[in-house]
Design a binder for this molecule. Structure first.
Ligand SMILES: Nc1ncnc2c1ncn2[C@@H]1O[C@H](COP(=O)(O)OP(=O)(O)OP(=O)(O)O)[C@@H](O)[C@H]1O
Length: 425
């Protein structure tokens, strides 16, 4: 498996070490294989501070690593007690975040086949999709700046791991919370799976096999999404070509794009509502559809996903539209009289653009007062610092005419009784 992952001499491996039997066996096996593969081996323990035994576990892990001449790293984390997903899930989240900060080529975990079966069952019981049902992979190559992940014991049973540890006289720690059946995952392992196994003795390998089938199907859907994206003209999808796809293909494509953006997949309900709006909305109207962590923008015949509440949005030309999508919201251009930007200035302009804030941005709000810096204007208007990068700026032939949340430049402002357009963000 290490060979399949192409672990090279000199590669930095870091064993995620809880001190439990699985990761202790993993640590010893990796230490034994070290001369054969020539990798550098480290280990990291995350101290959650949840158990009165947590210090002892950390000491135990440090001691095992010293004995095996493995470099040891200890992370102290704080687990929020009132997390809506529960303490167990919160601990997992902060643990993974801490481990993700390690500088190594491969993070190596002690998950085994029983963990895999539990994961599949657990997720199916919560209505997971195909990707979730595919559970864990034994090799996850590095993406971006993150380390790759290896799970060399994923095909090995819990019993075999225990037998290996006992045969070598290894010591390990027992996390008492693993026996706490108030945690849903533990209840599945301790109460539900034994009953299933009584009726279906091969349930664990069968569930792991099912996960492999799901992963294969998921990979095919990813290939289909890549083909569909290319056929729709790339990341900014052509609306017409996109709408020619079936709902299932369209949803598959948007889910795939969301994953590539690095945001959580939109819920089924949200996605289907977005599809409905995409199909029924007037093609000329810009749309901005919330999809959880992502948002789907429709503008000038193109459809694209972006991070919701993204920083600055992409510049866009204005040609008289009533609405333009902007950084998680929209800018509306409302007809007004004696307010907003003088219509005549907009009508005579060669180029009107909505852009993000740029360095050195200044604006004169009142004809008889001096120009002010963007920072000063924001302070006066009470715009919070986190929102400033997202403010839309309207330029008329390269000159700032309006800043969202701040106002219209004196030079472009409507005079009383004059026809105007008031941008509203
Ligand atoms: N406190 C810890 N410090 C470092 N690594 C840990 C710790 N706890 C667990 N691990 C790593 O994660 C593996 C899986 O552990 P466990 O089954 O308890 O986690 P899980 O939360 O159920 O799984 P997952 O991490 O996939 O969500 C362990 O074999 C070990 O490699």
């Amino acid at each position: 498996m290490l060979a399949a992952a192409d672990v090279r001499p000199g590669a930095r491996l870091c064993c995620a070490l809880s001190g439990g039997v699985d990761s202790i066996v993993l640590l010893h096996a990796l230490a034994e294989l070290r001369p054969r593969f020539g990798y550098r081996l480290g280990a990291a323990h995350v101290h959650h501070g949840l158990s009165s035994n947590a210090d002892a576990w950390a000491d135990f892990c440090a001691g095992r690593c010293a004995a095996l001449e493995v470099e040891f790293a200890l992370f102290h984390v704080t687990v929020p007690r009132d997390d809506p997903e529960g303490t167990e899930a919160a601990a997992r989240r902060v643990r993974h975040a801490a481990l993700a900060g390690l500088a190594c080529d491969w993070l190596v975990f002690g998950h085994h086949i029983n963990d895999q079966a539990e994961t599949v069952l657990f997720r199916l019981l919560r209505g997971t999709g195909l990707r979730g049902a595919g559970a864990m992979r034994d090799i996850e190559p590095a993406v971006g700046g993150a380390s790759g992940r290896l799970r060399p014991l994923l095909g090995v049973g819990r019993g075999e791991i225990l037998a290996w540890a006992r045969a070598r006289g290894l010591a390990w720690v027992e996390d008492e919370s693993n026996a706490d059946s108030r945690y849903a995952r533990n209840a599945l392992r301790l109460s539900v799976l034994p009953v299933i196994e009584a009726g279906f003795p091969a349930a664990v390998p069968a569930l792991a096999r099912a996960a492999a089938h799901f992963r294969e199907a998921g990979d095919l859907l990813d290939e289909l999404a890549a083909l569909d994206e290319a056929a729709c003209g790339g990341r900014r999808l052509e609306r017409g070509a996109l709408l020619a796809l079936s709902d299932a293909r369209l949803a598959n494509l948007l889910r795939w794009q969301a994953r590539r953006l690095g945001v959580a997949a939109p819920s089924r309900a949200r996605l289907h509502e977005a599809l409905r709006q995409l199909r029924t909305a007037d093609a000329r109207h810009p749309l901005y559809l919330a999809l959880g962590e992502a948002a789907c923008a429709v503008y000038r015949g193109r459809v694209w996903l972006e991070r919701a509440a993204a920083g600055a949005a992409e510049p866009q030309d204005w040609h008289g539209e009533l609405v333009l999508p902007w950084a998680g919201g929209v800018v509306r251009f409302e007809a007004a009289e004696g307010r907003g930007i003088a219509r005549v200035a907009l009508e005579h302009a060669a180029a009107v653009r909505l852009v993000g804030r740029r360095p050195g941005l200044r604006l004169r709000l009142h004809a008889r007062r001096p120009e002010r810096s963007f920072r000063k204007l924001c302070q006066e208007a009470g715009v919070p610092a986190w929102m400033r990068d997202r403010l839309p700026v309207l330029e008329i032939d390269g000159t700032v005419a309006w800043i969202g949340g701040i106002g219209v430049a004196a030079a472009f402002a409507c005079t009383p009784g004059e026809a105007g357009i008031e941008p509203v963000w």
